[in-house]
Design a protein around this ligand. Sequence first.
Ligand code: ZN
Ligand code: ZN
Length: 158
Amino acid sequence: MDKRKARPGYHKKWREKVKKRYWGRVAAGLCAKCGKTPPDPNRRECASCNARARARERARKKTRKAQGLCVDCGRPSAPGFATCAPCRENKRHYDAKRSGHAVYPATYTVYLRDSDDPLGRFETREDVALFLAFGRLDRDAVEVITDAPPILAYTGCN
Ligand SMILES: [Zn+2]
Ligand SMILES: [Zn+2]
């Protein structure tokens, strides 16, 4: 980031060079990455470059997981999760879209124990936790009913 700020012209030139080389290889029917072998069908990189990229991705995910970071974006993830809340949310939408189902946001309804009147309805565990904190409510004094899938309903709000 700092390098880019310090030498914007240099970075731009370098990027243009890379871009030109990339498309030159694609036009020549060669792997855009190594320029040595023809790419895989429907791809721009060859089999060995693809395999290398996958291996690098796997290694990155492993390191992030070991550090307690989201394997997808590198932001801190909640304990017990491999990904952060925004990435899980994205994936949920993506999966729902792919499987052709409409996306209904999960709801978390907070009831006072032994009461049928809901205190509030929320879309995330974080919101429930905030609500409880603001209302100085004990997690044990309330009941949280959710229709979120089990992985999202993971009880981390107390
Ligand atoms: Zn290649
Ligand atoms: Zn993430």
